[in-house]
Write a protein that binds this ligand. Structure first.
Ligand SMILES: CC(C)(COP(=O)(O)OP(=O)(O)OC[C@H]1O[C@@H](n2cnc3c(N)ncnc32)[C@H](O)[C@@H]1OP(=O)(O)O)[C@@H](O)C(=O)NCCC(=O)NCCS
Length: 167
């Protein structure tokens, strides 16, 4: 999946080769909580969290025996600047496609998150319908604005904000 021009944005399927580079970008440019499930321990990118990041992506998307989601690196001009994941969850006859996107701090505010989200929604629409969902916290104004800007319903639930869009 690609954008246009020389600062072209590309969603490249995550693979073993890109995984260590993605970890490096995450360590330099994002908080662990924004890119992976919580891991106990002191704050920051501890060795345990770095290892958990690698294992998480292997389990969730790279190992065909355990994979439940599709993951991509977000690249701009060939450089990794973040990642995106789609996780379909079947609920009876309907499907909810849970989306996660993160962009490194130095690349934020340039429209990358918006392009990626629109591209993921288009990809999700190629399935059999359902609902595109994304969750964040009340203090994450960028993520809320991003979801509003693509036409999602954004609902406050305690400290969380759930966004959904019928596809
Ligand atoms: C949320 C995130 C992916 C947005 O990526 P981005 O590349 O900076 O987003 P964009 O530049 O495309 O901006 C998207 C919208 O958010 C707005 N925005 C960007 N940064 C903002 C900020 N700090 N505060 C408020 N709004 C902000 C933009 O103005 C834009 O809204 P508009 O289209 O109405 O103008 C990025 O901030 C991020 O990675 N955050 C940490 C991880 C996260 O929260 N992921 C989302 C939950 S799955």
């Amino acid at each position: 999946m690609t954008g246009g021009s020389d600062s072209e944005i590309v969603l490249a399927p995550l693979d073993e080769q890109a995984l260590p580079r993605l970890l490096e970008v995450a360590v330099k440019g994002a908080d662990p909580i924004d890119v992976m499930p919580e891991v106990d321990g002191p704050p920051g990118w501890t060795p345990e969290r770095r290892e958990a990041f690698l294992q998480f992506h292997r389990r969730r998307s790279l190992n065909p025996d355990t994979a439940t989601e599709t993951a991509w690196t977000i690249q701009v001009g060939g450089t990794i600047v973040g990642a995106a994941r789609l996780h379909p969850v079947h609920r009876g006859k309907s499907v909810e496609i849970e989306a996660r996107v993160w962009v490194a701090r130095w690349a934020r505010g340039r429209g990358i998150g918006r392009w990626v989200t629109e591209t993921l929604i288009d990809a999700a629409r190629e399935g059999n319908g359902g609902r595109y969902v994304a969750s964040t916290s009340t203090d994450n104004k960028a993520a809320q604005r991003l979801m509003k800007s693509v036409g999602a319903n954004v609902e406050l639930r305690g400290d969380d904000v759930d966004s959904h869009l019928d596809i």
